[in-house]
Design a protein around this ligand. Structure first.
Ligand SMILES: Cc1ncc(C[n+]2csc(CCOP(=O)(O)OP(=O)(O)O)c2C)c(N)n1
Ligand SMILES: [Mg+2]
Length: 544
């Protein structure tokens, strides 16, 4: 067996062949053979403090680069910890692969160490979830997982790797390496259908385009901007659980209410779109659904009950390109409607420019983000991450950026510190800001140790109101002031925690002190946390 490789070597080398550079991981018995095999490759193991953080990092890598991020965790409890974070990646339509160690095949059904039905467990939060069955085909399995993660609507894929297959030796001529040229299988938008879509747009008075989260990265936004300019149709990404009412979209609800045609470009007709019915919509509004998944086109047809003008299964990016090319040949619309929509999108209440806290020693979130804005705008490549409840939504709507990651359609809080670490691995120079709440920082504060160890600086701007405010606001609204409980926290000094972990900490109670704190945090070259004491105010509402 001279040319034989371990299954673990096949895994590591397949990842390398497929262009993977960083593996976000946390060690464990089932995967130590892959750690060992990685020594013979250029793979960089970024090891973290909780398996969910590894998944969040792979998710962020996928969102930022469009290449599948890779997380690797151990079996049983490691896998269980990782699974929750897949929900976030699924909502964000992020291409990523979770590789989980797994009890040996010969142990299965016999009460093996950390044995659990891992593929079943991850299935509802993955595009595909499966377990490798032979050492020789591990490479093909990894290639297939990567292909599924990136094709059609991108998303997370889980693959479990039984430990005995990782240890098994396979002769080199029996190894099935990944096929990097495997096709995505999702069709392009036919020219005739593109023309039919453009004809519908031409005959509509007030059309809008809703794009899905998969277009929320820099290249997706640029593509959508080109489509908007070519078709003269306002095009927005619905990536927040607040959907059309996300304050990032200003007063766009007013535009949607008047729309007579909605083109869903890879956007599921779901709660974020309010299913295009009810008082926020013209009862006669028609919908076009272009989606990589037939089931979602069918769902749109059913939901719209006769008002689906057209449905087509197609790859979204190539569909947008086809529409741009063919729009050049159709008669141009006047600029009026698009100009109106852009004005609505830019709408921000005038009061935001001067609003200030009423409580001494506390800042209003708007004060925080007015101070942060010049630093965010100092570089076109700045990465902004918004995570948590009310505070972060102020940042989301007040800070214009090209590169941003938010909790996403999943509405799951806690990923931001991991997102920031992955962003810094990808972005060598521009500032990386994570804006988050004091409740949210608790999920993964230990990742500051990862960032310190790996020398990956970013600045976390923490709005500390000693409260899970978003939920507290629900209690206030729904049950009354006297029934608010179970959401209080202490005004803990998270900046001191970060300093103790080797990072840079700042504590701010006055607006005038914020610019200095931001500058010192950036200049420290360390992962930093600015603990800003804020007033508990509700998230910004521009339109309901
Ligand atoms: C994983 C997860 N757990 C719980 C929630 C519910 N939730 C949404 S926002 C929020 C409060 C966040 O508190 P904090 O980070 O302090 O931000 P604040 O609202 O106070 O600004 C909670 C508990 C959620 N969306 N996701
Ligand atoms: Mg809070």
């Amino acid at each position: 067996m001279t040319n034989a490789l371990r299954g673990a070597d096949i895994v590591a080398r397949s990842l390398e062949r497929l262009g993977c550079r960083h593996v976000f991981t946390l060690s464990g018995n089932h995967i130590m053979s892959v750690f060992d095999a990685a020594l013979e490759t250029r793979l960089d193991l970024v090891h973290v403090r909780h398996e969910a953080a590894a998944v969040h990092m792979a998710d962020a890598w996928g969102r930022l680069t469009g290449e599948p991020g890779v997380a690797m965790v151990t079996g049983g409890p490691g896998h269980a910890n990782a699974v929750g974070a897949l929900f976030t990646a699924l909502g964000a339509e992020s291409p990523m692969v979770l590789l989980s160690g797994h009890a040996a095949t010969w142990e299965l059904g016999r009460g093996g160490f950390q044995e659990i039905r891992q593929a079943d467990m991850a299935a509802p939060v993955s595009k595909a979830s499966f377990t490798a069955t032979s050492a020789a085909t591990l490479g093909r399995d990894i290639g297939e997982a990567m292909r599924i993660a990136t094709s059609g609507r991108p998303g997370p894929v889980h693959l479990s790797l039984p430990s005995d297959l990782l240890e098994e030796r396979v002769e080199s001529n029996a190894i099935v390496w990944p096929d990097a040229r495997a096709a995505s299988g999702v069709p392009a938008l036919a020219a005739s259908i593109a023309d039919a879509v453009l004809a519908e747009i031409a005959s509509a008075a007030r059309p809008v385009i809703f794009a899905g989260p998969q277009l929320s990265n820099v290249s997706g936004r640029a593509l959508l901007a080109r489509l908007e300019a070519a078709a003269k149709v306002p095009a927005v990404i619905l990536e927040s659980p607040r959907g059309i009412a996300d304050a990032t979209l200003g007063a766009f609800s007013d535009i949607v209410q008047r729309a007579d045609l909605i083109v869903l470009l890879g956007k599921a007709l779901d709660f974020t779109t309010r299913w295009a019915t009810g008082k926020g919509f013209d009862p006669k509004v028609r919908v076009i659904a272009i989606d990589p998944e037939g089931a979602l086109v069918e769902r749109a047809a059913k939901e719209m009950d006769g008002r689906l003008a057209l449905g087509s299964i197609a790859d979204i990016r190539s569909a947008a390109e086809t529409l741009i090319v063919r729009a050049a040949a159709t008669k141009t619309r006047s600029d009026g409607w698009l100009a109106e929509a852009r004005a609505a999108l830019d709408n921000r209440p005038a009061a935001w420019a001067s609003i200030a806290a009423q409580t001494p020693g506390r800042l209003h979130p708007a004060q925080v983000f007015r101070a942060l804005r010049p630093y965010v705008e100092s570089d076109p490549d700045t990465v902004l991450i918004c995570d948590g409840g009310e505070f972060a939504q102020w940042g989301q709507s007040m800070l214009p950026v090209r590169r941003r990651m938010i909790n996403g359609v999943a509405g799951s809080i806690g990923g931001s510190l991991s997102f920031a670490i992955a962003a810094r691995l990808q972005e060598p120079k521009a500032p990386v800001f994570a804006v988050l709440g004091d409740g949210t920082i608790g999920f993964h504060i230990s990742e500051f140790e990862t960032a310190v160890r790996r020398k990956l600086p970013f600045v976390a701007v923490l709005g500390n109101d000693a409260l899970w405010n978003a939920e507290s606001q629900i209690q206030l609204r729904e049950y009354g002031k006297e029934r608010m409980h179970g959401c209080d926290l202490t005004p803990a000094r998270y900046d001191l925690v970060v300093a103790a972990l080797g990072g840079h900490g700042e504590h701010v109670e006055k607006a005038a002190d914020l610019p200095g704190a931001i500058e010192r945090a950036l200049a420290s070259g360390k992962p930093a946390c600015i603990n800003v004491m804020i007033e508990s105010v509700a998230a910004p509402v521009i339109r309901l």
